[in-house]
Design a protein around this ligand. Structure first.
Ligand code: F6R
Length: 607
């Protein structure tokens, strides 16, 4: 993942910026660069590969200046070349960026029509040029950034440096983290507090949608509406920085909010965003000759696998069998030696999943591991890794690892479809465009936090909760019930909505909330019928659907969470967010420990 740094110091900054970038190396990168102001003029040094290449460049061509920005780039749009490395420059400014500017193509066309030229293949250059465009009409840097941010869509963090402005950096956060460090007459910006640790332990975090004007005297935070707001400065002891909660009360809340960024990075691992094509994937078996896929996992990872089954069947026209690992490993299942087994695991150490993996390997199956910890046993044992880039997940209940598993499963399903010829080039491009819009839609869905908290007040009083969904929302119903059970100890069940009348409808009364997950997909109307069945029996409905869903359901709905418009294919990646938030806030209201629910372990290395 890209790392960004900004420093306003009393002495030369180049060395400090490189030191901060070194602390961001753990995020992974393939090029790096810095920009400073020397006598008010922008100067840049950039290099392909590791930071030592940039350091060598800085020895050969040193950079002066007491203000600057730096970046480690993990390529998404365009190859990891020096030209594509950050900082990117426009007339009078430079920028570093982490994330994806989703509407970069439309903005490129708009800027090209105004006569702007482009030096790189990146989306980031557009973030620099829109500010130049705004400044061309006489705006100050602060006014220009504030106006430009309204034109950028996606999930990103940015830091801007301006020619002739020796005491000004402007940062912005929309779906990717950014921290401000407070020194003695010096100020810093960084992707996380870890980057700032060599300079200061006093750190404030930007909230979602914030932008910040930083000078050597301090920082002025603005919210998305432009209003000046206060953000708490906290002291972060150096030793605990990787396990930082930032502005959040719990790791779980932090991890829920990290999802636009980490889902974006996971997608970028599989998708060439500039070409809107899947990157080549090293299939361990020829997808064309495959007759079946088997998916094995536990808990939330199993739910991600279940969504994957729907996608692989739909896009690759392949039969998929899925099982929980604790059952699969003992049921002496026949294994097709020409088949493909996909195991899904955040930790990569879950004992049952590991044992199932060994079993299928012994019986000749080729394997892919959708795993979050790259050094784990499962990651090492599978033939091919399909990584999720969620970063360390500390909260025991899985959140960001889940949505990253969904992102990876979506890419694998589309990849299988492409390799098998069941998806055309045009279908690939359309589906990928829908898929890469999910990080920004997650950021939108996160805005429902307060509304979800209100609903959680009511859910906290329930004894039982039923979750319903159809199609890919059925696994999400299972996930909603699992999250609520493990965090609040309220009994909950997830059901395929069509199964309601085959039993669970007997439970419906006014005391049991029924959470209906109903994105606008081809089975929406069927789900509406199921809501009507609940309403007809005086049931208590909580609907998670698009704005128009409530009116279309034409039944009495007690609580409604109006979701942004999401394409029908990858809705679970976005709808996971309110489902997670509802369980989280119910736990918080009930005074339960959201990060470490009773009886649970993060990594289940025993049977
Ligand atoms: C639920 C949860 C668990 C895990 C399960 C598998 O919130 O976190 O159900 O999903 O224990 O763990 P991994 O993915 O590490 O194999």
């Amino acid at each position: 993942m890209c790392g960004i740094v900004g420093v306003l110091a009393q002495g030369p900054v180049a060395g400090s910026i490189v030191a901060a970038l070194k602390r961001l190396e753990y995020r992974g990168y393939d090029s790096a660069g810095i920009a400073t102001l020397e006598d008010g003029r922008l100067q840049r040094r950039r290099a392909e590969g590791k930071l030592k290449n940039l350091e060598a460049k800085l020895v050969a061509e040193p950079l002066g200046g007491t203000i600057g920005i730096g970046h480690t780039r993990w390529a998404t749009h365009g190859k990891p070349t020096e030209t594509n490395a950050h900082p990117h420059a426009a007339r009078g400014l430079a920028v570093v960026h982490n994330g994806i500017i989703e509407n970069f193509k439309a903005l490129r066309e708009e800027l090209a029509a105004k006569g702007f030229g482009f030096a790189t293949e990146t989306d980031t250059e557009v973030a620099a040029l829109v500010v130049e465009d705004e400044m061309a009409s006489g705006k100050t840097p602060v006014e220009a950034v504030s106006a430009a941010l309204k034109r950028l869509r996606g999930a990103f963090a940015l830091v801007y440096l301006f020619e002739g402005e020796e005491d000004l950096l402007i940062g912005a956060r929309q779906g990717a983290p950014l921290a401000v460090g407070y020194g003695d007459g010096e100020m810093y910006l960084g992707s996380d507090a870890l980057a700032l640790a060599p300079f200061t332990d006093r750190v404030a975090y930007l909230d979602e949608g914030d932008w910040v004007v930083v000078t050597r005297k301090g920082a002025e935070f603005h919210d998305a509406a432009g209003k000046v707001v206060q953000r708490r400065v906290q002291v972060s002891p150096a030793g605990s920085l990787l396990a930082e909660k930032g502005n959040y009360r719990h790791f779980m809340a932090k991890e829920i909010h990290e999802q636009p960024e980490v889902v974006g990075h996971t997608l970028a691992h599989y998708i060439d965003m500039s070409a809107m094509r899947l990157k080549p994937f090293d299939w361990p078996v020829d997808p064309k000759t495959l007759s079946k896929v088997t998916i094995i996992a536990c808990g939330t990872a199993h739910v991600a696998g279940l969504v994957g089954k729907y996608w692989i069947e739909r896009f690759a026209r392949l039969a998929v069998e899925i099982d929980v690992a604790s059952e699969f490993r003992y049921r002496e299942a026949p294994v097709d030696p020409n088949g493909l087994t996909i195991v899904v695991s955040q930790s990569g150490e879950t004992a049952d999943t590991l044992a199932s993996l060994k079993y299928v390997k012994e019986h000749g199956s080729k394997t892919i591991g959708v795993v979050n910890v790259p050094t784990s046993s499962i990651a090492r044992l599978t033939d091919v890794a399909a990584p999720t880039l969620a970063g360390p997940e500390i909260g025991v209940a899985s959140t960001k690892a889940f949505t990253c598993q969904l992102a990876a499963m979506a890419a694998l399903a589309l990849g299988l479809g492409k390799a098998r010829g069941t998806l055309s080039d045009a279908e690939e491009a359309t589906l990928l465009a829908e898929l890469v819009s999910t990080p920004a839609l997650i950021a939108e869905a996160l805005k429902l936090e307060r509304a979800t908290e209100k609903i959680a007040q009511a859910v906290a009083r329930a004894r039982d909760v039923l979750y319903l969904g159809r199609g890919t929302s059925y696994p999400l119903a299972l996930e909603g019930a699992l999250k609520l059970k493990e965090l609040t100890y309220i009994h909950a069940e997830g059901y395929a909505a069509g199964e309601l009348k085959h039993g669970p409808i007997a439970l419906i009364d006014q005391a049991m909330p029924v959470v209906v997950i109903a994105p606008h997909d081809p089975v929406f109307e069927k789900t509406v019928s199921n809501m009507q069945e609940v309403a007809a029996r005086g049931g208590w409905l909580i609907l998670i659907g698009e704005t128009h869903a409530k009116a279309e359901a034409a039944v009495e709905i007690e609580h409604f969470l109006p979701m942004p418009e999401v394409g029908a294919n990858f809705a679970p990646i976005v709808y996971a967010v309110p489902v997670q938030m509802l369980a989280y806030y119910t736990a918080v209201i009930m005074g339960k420990d959201a990060d470490q629910p009773r009886n649970l372990a993060k990594s289940v290395t025993v049977e």
